[in-house]
Every structure is written in C-alpha cells, then in structure tokens.
Design a protein around this ligand. Structure first.
Ligand code: CA
Length: 651
C-alpha cells in the first residue's frame, strides 16, 4: 500500500506550509482576527452567529487570501461569546466547517465560539503550577474515565459524570471509606490519566437527560473539552472553566493530569473540519483514493503532512499551556511518524521537560506510512523522552489479551520467566537475557533505551479487566486463588523498572459482568452502560485487603530508589538474576543506597529460596505490602505459592 497524494510533493510543501503561531481565532477586547489554512479554496467566508447551535448567521464576511495558503479576517470590537464558522468554496462546492483551531464550541461542537480565555480561569488558576517535578520512573499512573469515576451512587460525589466531581476533596461511600480524589490520594498515585476528554462525537450533548456512554475515542474538536462532562455544553466557556477546575483541584492534591489524545483518526472523516477546508489533506489515502485505516476506525490521519504535524504540535502545546496538562498518552501512536513524535517532544520541552509522553506503539491495521517511519514500540529507542506500553510484560503476566483462555506467569503458565525478567528491566534488556521469545514464539529484543521509555501494566480500559481476565482463564480456581494471582500481577508491575500504570479500580477488583457475553464479562465496553463501566465504590470495604496491598506496593516503590533506576547502565549493573527455574523469577537489586531481593513465585507450590548473605527484612509477601517490615529472614526463605516476596537487606 502506498500513499497517494499531491500534498507530500515538495512544491506543495514549499508553497503552502504556514509556520506562524496565529492560526484560529485571535482574541482581544478591542479586535479579533482569524486565520485559517485553506490552500485549495477559491474563497472562504467567516460566518457569525448569536447561538452555538441554531439560527442563521447575523453576519458573513469574505476572508482575504494571505500567505502560505491561509485566509484572514478581522473584526473590531469585543466579540467574546459570539459563535463562528467558515464556509470554504472548493471546485465550486461550498461547505461550512468549524475552525480546526477553535478553542471553544457550542453544543455538539458544530460552531466555534470567540472566547476571552481570561474569563475562563478559576480563581488562582493563572498562578497554579504542576505539583512537583516527577521523573518518569517516579510516576504512578492511574487510568480513569471521567464518567466512570463518579456515576455510581456509592461514589458519594455530587456532579456525577462531570469534570467537577474531581473538585470534591473528601467524599466517602456508605461505609465511611474514601472515594474519588481522596481515594486516589490515599492510594498514592502521582498521575491521573483521563480517557479522552477533548470534544468527541458519539454522545449527543443536547440530550444529556438520556443516559449515554462512550469512551470517547472519536475526536471532533481537538482543542476543546468534551461538552457532556460539563454542567452546560451550550455555553462554550463553561466546559473550559470546569475542565480547568478539575486540573486545579487535582494539582492541589499533588496529583498530575495526563490526557489521552487521539490524533490518529477522527469521528467522521467527511464531516471533519479539515476535510471540508482542505479536502484529503488531513488523512492518508491509497492508490484507489480510499481512506486508509490504520486506526481500524474508518480513517487515519497523516502526521507526515506538514500542516497536520503542526496541528498536533500546536494542539498539545495549547493544552499544556492553557490547561496546565502534565502529560499525554497517544492512542495508536504508531499511526504517527517518528519525526512528528520527536517534534512534539521538542516543542513540549520548551514548555516543561517534565511533561510525560507515552503511547501505544502499534497500529490497529496496516498503513501506507512505511514501517520504519512509524512510531512503533520497537523504535521507542529512536524517540528519546517518549515511552511505549509494554504489552510484553502485560501478556507475560496474565496471558494474551487476544486469547481469552490463555494463562500467564501468575496463573502457572510455564516458559514465561524470561519475558517477566525482560519486563523487570523496563524493556532495556540485560546481558543475562538473550534469544528471547514471547508466548507467540516471536523474537523479543530490547526496545527502550532508558527505563523511562517503558510503561509497565497488566490491565487498562481495553479488553477485560485484570480480574475478569484471570477469572475467565482460570475457571478451576476459587476467588481466593484468583486474588493471589492478582496480587502477584500487581507486585510484578510495581517492582519492575520503568513507569508503573494501573487501570482505575484494579485495586478494587474491578469487574464488568455481562450475561450476554460468551464468557460472562464485557471486554471492550466502549459504549456499554454506566452499570457495566462505573467504578463501584461500594466494593471498597470487601476488597480493602486488595486496596491496602496496592497502596503498600506503591508506598514501597516510592521509598526504594532501587526500584526506580534511571538508566540502562544502572539496571545492567544493579540487577542480578538468579538462574532459570520453572515458574520462578528471583533477582537482587544492589545499589549504593540499598539492596533488595525480589521473588515472584508463579507456580502452584511453595518454594524455598536461598538468600544472599546477610540479614533481610520482608516488606512484601503474599498478604501484605508496605514500608513496615513484616519479618526478618536469613539463609533460606519459604515463598508461598502464587505470590511475591520482596526483602531488603538490613544495614
Ligand atoms: Ca462532544
């Protein structure tokens, strides 16, 4: 498959690449001017509306052709709150479109709104800062859907399903246990990673009285918050203010905010603004003039086209600066090209080098973008300062997400010890590991240059929850046995080098039961009900032991720098793996500051392990995890079946 477009030709690029910073609507109290990229348009008209959704334009203004394929228009006076669109005429066909750079929109994102952003700042917002400097490997990421967080009645939160639910500091469930933000703080996570919260298309914002649900991987307006998460989607400024209040409230609790960004495809290619303004510029097409589909969502964007690349860079910088966003997670990152990802890193470094960047290093289908240009996981080392998800560790822990019944290391599957070790190194590899093969017999080579380029996890919003996957793939096991596997899975993630990540509610044994499904559980619940998706805070009491275990793992990780090594060299030097034994992984981590001994027993029997010389204290075992020593050991230790044990040498 090859990309078929005139837009990649040098001549087009030289003539029509606009490099200025003023695309979109540039507001001041005295005047407002607009600049839009529409190089193939014969004319562009600016339409002004009183309302964000209905009514005729009260004014239309012909825009002036300006440099590098852009059109401009200017209005004198204060136009805050006025809605606008562009109508471009191309080959005699007129189409009305929202501004790709719109910073505010009316309900359902059909019209842009001219906005005085200074009026959208909550009190104290302009001076508030990112909570603290966080090295990527010191982060603990918590992946959460805005609506799931607060929709269940047991949440004890007002503003159910809204950004504002994050502004409530001390909410509790009926047992008096913390829910919401207080729960996150209690758990110890450093970053909340929110599923798409820019304006997406699959929820009708004018019918919010009817329950509607979507994960939100269907972008409409990239530079505007989603309206259904606000208390009033009809007035463009409200969702902006409420999103900022969410960020401010999380920052106040010391928690950073990561946005899930979905630049790889749009909700509907033909309806997308750029498709109307510059037909076929924003997307890749094949020899037969069909949209290609690396996203498996009907279209794929073209980051290799210079103005799309610029669009992504501008959009990310805008979120980082205007909304104080602390990190971005790239959906299907490999649909984008490596050059674009590196440009993004460079641009965000100008704002703050601590902004975290990570993504899915794969596509969902084939792309005309040459493989060696794709931001694939295997090329992560070519993208300094950007991390990829380690599906290697994920699938080694619990079995492939694509094979329901496949088991993993924690459920007793043999032969995965080396893949677990590879995960432990944060995908930088180790001289003691070579000729690695995963469960599909594919060769695995180190893909991260530094541990900060690897995100370790065992579950996320996609596929089954960790609990459901373990239940499905281990039908012979009872609840207590599945809990042992869950604890071991979590212990592996939080003791591995790299960046740990957990799916919201994993610590409460989150489950999505659904009798209509073959296995009794819903996997990709992107448009399921709140009943299936919401976090059930009422389950916290019965799962308090699991919650405490996750809390303890996070606390132990934070207090031991040996679990957060900064470089490949340090990992090579500090980690000494024990020889291979079926179902067992054991290793020492020796640094100047501390000496740890880590054991993962994935087998269904007790194991005796000989410790290195000296006295050790146990901090993590099958039942407990934390910063308080549980027992003292030397010589040989007994490790319970299906459990982790982490010991620290006494000084
Ligand atoms: Ca929307």
């Amino acid at each position: 498959m090859r990309e078929n477009t005139i837009y990649l030709e040098k001549e087009f690029e030289e003539k029509y690449t606009y490099t200025g910073k003023d695309l979109g609507c540039n507001y001041s109290k005295e005047r407002v001017y607009f600049r839009v990229y529409a190089p193939t348009a014969e004319s562009v008209i600016l339409n002004l509306y009183k309302d964000g959704l209905e009514g005729e334009a009260f004014e239309q203004k012909e825009m002036k052709k300006d440099q590098q394929g852009t059109y401009v228009a200017e209005l004198t006076g204060d136009f805050h709150g006025v809605y606008y669109t562009y109508t471009a005429e191309i080959s005699g066909k007129k189409q009305e479109s929202v501004d790709p750079y719109a910073r505010a929109v009316g309900a359902n994102g059909k019209r842009g709104m001219i906005v005085d952003l200074s009026l959208t700042n909550p009190e104290g917002f302009t001076t508030e800062k990112r909570p603290q400097k966080v090295h990527p490997v010191d982060a603990v990421l918590y992946e959460l859907h805005v609506r799931d967080f607060s929709m269940d009645d047991s949440s004890g939160m007002d503003y159910q399903g809204k950004f504002l639910a994050f502004t409530q500091e001390k909410t509790i469930n009926e047992d008096g246990l913390y829910t919401g933000v207080a729960h996150l703080k209690e758990l110890g996570v450093t970053h909340v990673h929110i599923l798409p919260a820019f304006d997406y298309g699959s929820v009708d914002e004018t019918k919010l009285h009817i329950p509607q649900y979507n994960w939100g991987y269907d972008p409409m307006n990239y530079n505007v918050p989603e309206g259904s998460y606000s208390t009033d989607p009809f007035h463009g400024e409200v969702r902006i203010r409420e999103f900022k209040k969410m960020v401010q409230a999380l920052h106040k609790q010391g928690i950073c905010v990561v946005m899930d960004v979905v630049y790889n495809h749009v909700f509907d290619a033909e309806l997308f603004c750029y498709q109307k303004l510059v037909p076929d510029y924003f997307f890749r097409k094949d020899e037969n003039d069909q949209f290609t589909d690396a996203s498996a969502c009907g279209n794929e964007t073209a980051s290799n086209h210079l103005m799309v690349r610029k669009y992504m860079v501008d959009s990310l910088c805008y979120w980082a600066e205007e909304y104080h966003i602390d990190g971005f997670r790239f959906d299907l990152m490999a649909v984008h090209d490596i050059t674009t990802m590196n440009e993004i890193r460079k641009a965000l470094n100008e704002i703050d080098e601590d902004i975290l960047l990570y993504g899915e290093g794969w596509t969902a289908d084939d792309s005309p973008l040459p493989k060696e240009e794709r931001a694939l996981k295997k090329y992560t080392y070519r993208m300094p300062g950007i991390a990829s998800f380690s599906d290697d560790l994920r699938d080694a822990i619990k079995g492939s997400v694509f094979e329901e019944e496949e088991k993993g290391f924690v459920s007793g599957e043999p032969g995965l010890e080396d893949m677990i070790k590879f995960g432990v190194t944060g995908a930088v590899g180790h001289s003691s590991l070579f000729q690695l093969k995963n469960s599909k017999e594919e060769t695995v080579v180190p893909w991260a240059k530094e541990p900060s380029q690897c995100v370790n996890y065992t579950s996320c919003h996609d596929n089954y929850t960790l609990w459901d996957k373990l239940v499905i793939s281990n039908p012979e096991c009872d609840k207590e046995e599945i809990k042992e596997m869950n604890k071991l899975a979590a212990a592996i993630v939080f003791t591995s080098q790299g960046i740990p990540f957990l799916h919201a509610g994993e610590e409460l044994l989150r489950s999505k039961p659904d009798k209509t499904m073959e296995y009794g559980y819903r996997d990709n619940s992107y448009n399921s009900s709140d009943e299936i998706n919401s976090i059930k805070w009422s389950t916290k009491k019965e799962n308090l032991d699991m919650f405490r275990y996750y809390q303890g793992l996070i606390a132990f990780r934070k207090s031991n720098s040996a679990l957060r090594l900064r470089s490949k060299e340090q990992i090579e030097e500090a980690i000494i793996f024990r020889d291979k034994e079926p179902g067992l992984v054991a290793y020492e981590i020796k640094t100047k500051e501390e000496e740890l001994f880590v054991i993962y027993n994935g087998s269904n029997r007790e194991r005796q392990i000989t410790l290195p010389a000296g006295e050790f204290e146990v901090y993590i075992n099958k039942d407990k995890a934390g910063t308080t020593a549980l027992s003292k050991e030397s010589g040989q230790v007994t490790v319970a079946k299906v459990s982790a044990m982490v010991l620290k040498k006494c000084v």
